[in-house]
Ligand binder design. Structure first.
Ligand SMILES: *Cc1c(COP(=O)(O)O)cnc(C)c1O
Length: 480
């Protein structure tokens, strides 16, 4: 009998293992594992080993009963771990697209809990006792804050752009500057969305420069809309020129056309007062007279995923009547958290403090240094024999396609583990009970404290202390 056959024959039987495992779990833990999970954990562990043997993996050998039980238990704990997890963001990217973009304050998450756990007036007018509209719960607030005549909220900003184009320009032409035909990522490309919406794209100008006469010359009987798009994660620099919202509005009025602006990461606050590059606010674009303005709820606004559409009453009314509105509608979680975030904006000082995205963007470098020092102090004595910990200046990013080139001075904790390659360290921090996501830069592992919340510091500290504690008990490098 060759080695492969011998190993295959030695593989344990699924049913026997399940029986033994149930006995083991009963005897030494209060943990109750659903029998289905138990069964699939055993099956998949044995299957993986069988495949390894068939592949001729040299590491294969006959395993003891105890070894198998450990494998099963590890597999069970993997299967019992939820897929959707909270993580600690140490990347310094505030609106991190892969880590959930904007996060909500505790006050706002309380509203989510209420919306989920109780009945609500989602579509019920408490005044009349009759059916109400879900949108009326936020429309007046959005109008008040942006100065718009009317507002509508859909699933995300991509949906906002789509429904607006479909309503205003189905089977018609839309004129856009070549310099604004951007791909945002995650397959959102202006030309593709345009095609799907039924509108025909007419690109004008050159990549770096577009003039008013370019739009003017492109207007035909078929033209319905002039569109401006924020270039988001992309910047054209040097010899450039774009037509302003005011100029676009004037040209459209003279030709009886509609206008639209996709602001992407629209902000209600002028962030240039905090040293950020000047960008028009939502209010300014509304003020310029653009018919429809769209922006994301979870970028600079700092709220839940949503696409906010503001503009002229008649145009918004038309968009509301589009059957797609029902397809793209927001749920009660979005509504309740969006209202809570929007209400913060009635007092800008409070908004900057209470909306995490804004407070992370505007916190001072001195405060960040203090936060980093506080974490360093708490870690130092406990882990310094295993890991060098320094405080270093670094640069954070806004993220979410907003202000792409702009770096914000920040502070990071710089970890230099003594017995571990940085790539292994980084990998193992991602596998912690609360995964810790940092970044490797110039051969150092950094946790930028800008995106670490004060309420997360205790977790961060104990995760790292436990991590280095478990390393010193074991072999340091070996376990993955
Ligand atoms: C981000 C962005 C979008 C897409 O918004 P989502 O909220 O991600 O759907 C569309 N247009 C621009 C200019 C953007 O920056």
């Amino acid at each position: 009998m060759d080695n492969k056959t011998k190993l295959l024959k030695a593989l344990p039987k699924v049913d026997e293992c399940i029986g033994l495992l149930i006995g083991l779990l009963k005897s030494n833990s209060e943990l109750s594992v659903p029998s289905r999970i138990l069964k699939t954990a055993v099956q998949s562990s044995i299957k993986k080993e069988r495949e390894k043997i068939l592949r001729g993996d040299d590491a294969c050998r006959e395993m003891s009963f105890d070894e198998w039980m450990t494998i099963f238990q590890n597999e069970i704990s993997v299967k019992l771990t939820p897929h959707f997890r909270r993580v600690i963001n140490g990347t310094g990217v505030v609106i991190h697209t892969n880590l959930g973009r904007s996060i909500l304050s505790e006050k706002t998450t309380d509203n989510l809990v209420q919306a989920g756990g109780y009945y609500s007036n989602l579509e019920f007018s408490l005044e009349t006792g009759k059916r109400g509209s879900r949108y009326s719960l936020v429309e007046d607030i959005i109008c008040e804050l942006t100065g718009a005549e009317a507002a509508l909220v859909v699933n995300n900003n991509a949906a906002a752009v789509f429904i607006a184009l479909n309503t205003l320009a189905n089977n018609k032409e839309v004129i856009v500057s070549r310099g604004q035909l951007v791909e945002i990522g995650g397959s959102f490309r202006i030309p593709d969305i345009m095609t799907k919406s039924g509108a025909t794209l007419k690109e004008v100008g050159a990549t770096n420069r577009t003039h008013l006469y370019d739009y003017e010359r492109a207007i035909t009987e078929e033209t319905a809309l002039l569109l401006r798009v924020h270039t988001s994660n992309f910047r054209i620099i040097g010899f450039t020129s774009e037509v302003s919202a005011e100029e676009m509005v004037k040209l459209a009025q003279d030709n009886d056309l509609a206008t639209m602006e996709d602001l992407g990461s629209g902000s209600l606050i002028d962030l240039s007062q905090f040293g950020f590059p000047k960008e028009p606010t939502v209010q300014q674009i509304v003020e310029a007279g653009v018919d429809v303005v769209t922006f994301s709820g979870d970028k600079l606004l700092g709220g839940p995923q949503a696409g906010i559409i503001v503009g002229k009453k008649d145009v918004i009314a038309e968009i509301k009547r589009n059957p797609l509105n029902r397809v793209l509608r927001i749920d009660k979680f979005t509504l309740s958290s969006l209202e809570s975030v929007l209400r913060e904006y009635f007092d800008l000082t409070l908004a900057l403090k209470n909306i995490p995205t804004l407070s992370m963007l505007t916190i001072t470098s001195e405060e960040l240094k203090k936060r980093a020092q506080k974490i360093q102090r708490r870690l130092k004595k406990r882990i310094e024999t295993q890991c060098e910990i320094r405080i270093v200046p670094t640069v954070s990013r806004v993220g979410g396609g907003a202000l792409p080139e702009f770096g914000i001075d920040s502070w990071a904790i710089d970890f230099g583990p003594s017995n571990m390659k940085l790539s292994i360290f980084e990998n193992r921090l991602r596998k912690l009970p609360i995964p810790l996501i940092g970044r490797i830069e110039n051969d150092r592992f950094l946790i930028d404290v800008r995106t670490v919340q004060d309420r997360e510091i205790n977790d961060l500290v104990s995760l790292l202390i436990d991590f280095f504690g478990s390393c010193s008990e074991g072999d340091g490098e070996g376990r993955a």
